[in-house]
Ligand binder design. Structure first.
Ligand code: FAD
Length: 477
């Protein structure tokens, strides 16, 4: 591998890259073959993905052409085992690929690719029991099949684990699926969707969740309504699956596997890869700032912008905080590799094996830090580039807008810092994802404020509710 990072745009000779070199990248986390893959991917970014990123941003164009380029490199089946025709790569490599696409190529593509990897991983998790998934996974690169995850519900916002508007019912040998999603990356453009609903036989417990594989022709999307501040090629619009009948083989894992699938696969992969997307955007902004500030001169004082200590401080701090986030994310990728014998999917032949899930609160932390950092770094890099950075031509304002998605994407940073703080202080039950655990201290505090009449009125209301529930229960049994 060349020690110098090269950059070759269409019909040009390769030149040294105008941003930061490998000496600021944690290359030691990669194997030699992963470094070679990274070099080829940087070339593809320079020639194809980056020019298309501008078109996606201005024209709200879905980056399918970029996915075709990724498929040429075998990257749609990055995680698919070699025996199934994939690259059989590991978690660290997934983090590197997403970061590289976001940094040198196209952040929208990096986010669509993150969701693709999440969907692929959730099928690989249960492929040992499902030949339909194997057939699909073997075709990813050959047929440029793009996957995504459809979880967020219009009624519960960023609490994407709470699908109140979706349900699944048994229908003969198969399933009748109704899903309403408020956001789905690649909605209407993806070829397959992993959707989460309540389980068939759902009885009111929202932790009873199941996942299903749904194909392009079975969904309704509204891409014409998509218009957003950044990640404009991402096309994260609404999605509906309207009482569609699916064959039995389309359930992902056993009935009720949703929570396990979330904790073991969807959250770890989404949080690792989306963190890498934010880290890549932050590095991309630093690269542009280096190019601009080292080229722009002020003739009056004979200095380049990069010669001012203020600008050096901006860049120095941005590199340090971003590399802290990168090392943090790669370290979680390395942990996931260690836990899974280098991402060996055969360990899930044992249906109860969930090695990644125990570290959920660590994945939360990397996403919080990366999403917080990218907004701060892009903001400061734009300042470093002055008014030129504020204009579209330089491209840094696009990175700033793209990076803003990090904080608001679920689990949002407000939710994540509270999850981590609550977990540390009060324990796992206090998180109460599905609104099931009564907080006695809050109840006690509120009732303490009531006078005798208010207490009596509340008691009578609760007694009436309890009697009505008992009557419903007796009628049912
Ligand atoms: C670019 C992009 C791509 C996306 N792609 C996908 C996708 O592929 N699949 C998918 O399923 N979803 C996707 N989403 C949806 C995303 O995960 C969130 O569900 C969505 O951003 C939530 O938006 P909302 O308006 O409903 O926020 P709201 O839930 O209404 O949040 C509003 C505010 O309330 C805060 N808040 C919410 N709950 C709490 C709480 N418990 N404690 C404290 N504060 C709280 C939030 O942090 C936020 O500040 C995507 C979102 C974006 C921006």
């Amino acid at each position: 591998m060349s020690q110098e990072k090269m950059w070759k745009e269409m019909a040009e000779d390769a030149k040294p890259f105008w941003g930061l070199g490998y000496d600021f990248d944690p290359q030691w986390v990669l194997t030699d073959s992963q470094k070679q893959l990274q070099t080829r991917l940087i070339e593809a970014c320079a020639e194809t993905l980056r020019p298309n990123a501008v078109k996606s941003d201005t024209g709200l164009i879905y980056p399918r052409l970029n996915f075709e380029k990724l498929a040429e490199l075998g990257l749609l089946s990055l995680l698919v085992p070699k025996e199934m025709g994939g690259l059989g790569e590991n978690h660290v490599c997934a983090a590197m690929v997403v970061e590289t696409i976001a940094r040198y190529g196209c952040p929208s593509t990096a986010m669509c690719y993150t969701m693709h990897l999440g969907a692929v991983a959730s099928l690989l998790f249960r492929a040992a029991y499902n030949p339909t998934f194997v057939t699909l996974l073997e075709r990813l690169d050959r047929d440029v099949l793009i996957g995504t995850l459809s979880y967020s519900d219009p009624e519960t916002g960023s609490h994407f684990w709470y699908p109140v508007s979706s349900r699944a019912e048994r229908d003969g040998e198969g399933w009748k699926i109704s899903k309403k999603a408020s956001w789905t990356t690649s909605a209407g453009f993806a070829d397959f969707y992993v959707v989460q609903t309540t389980s068939p036989d759902f009885k009111g417990n929202y932790s009873d969740l199941s996942c299903f594989l749904v194909l392009k022709e079975e969904v309704q999307a509204e891409p014409h309504k998509w218009d957003a501040m950044g990640l404009r090629g991402n096309q994260s619009g609404t999605l509906e699956v309207d009482a569609v009948i699916l064959p039995a083989s389309r359930i992902v894992g056993p009935i009720g596997d949703g929570v396990i699938s979330n904790d073991e696969i969807v959250d770890p992969f989404f949080l690792l890869c989306s963190s890498s997307c934010w880290n890549g955007i932050a590095m991309g902004a630093i690269d542009i700032a280096k190019m601009q500030t080292t080229r722009k001169k002020h003739v009056d004082v004979g200095m380049r912008v990069a010669d001012y200590p203020t600008i050096q401080d901006y860049v120095g701090e941005a590199i340090m905080t971003t590399n802290a986030c990168r090392i943090y994310s790669f370290s979680m990728g390395r942990l996931m590799d260690d836990l899974t014998n280098n991402c060996d999917w055969s360990l899930h032949d044992d249906i109860v094996a969930t090695p990644r899930a125990a570290y959920l609160h660590w994945y939360w932390q990397i996403k919080f830090m990366a999403a917080k950092n990218v907004a701060e770094v892009c903001d400061k890099m734009l300042h470093a580039c002055g008014g030129t950075g504020y204009k579209k031509d330089l491209g840094i304002e696009r990175y700033l807008r793209d990076g803003k998605a990090g904080w608001v994407m679920g689990p949002t940073n407000e939710v994540l810092r509270q999850f981590v703080g609550k977990l540390a202080l009060l324990g796992i039950d206090s998180l109460d994802y599905w609104n099931q655990h009564v907080n006695d201290r809050v109840v006690h505090n509120e009732t303490k404020k009531m006078d005798t009449g208010q207490k009596r009125a509340l008691a009578e209301k609760l007694m009436a509710e309890a009697c009505a529930e008992e009557a419903t229960y007796s009628a049912a049994v």
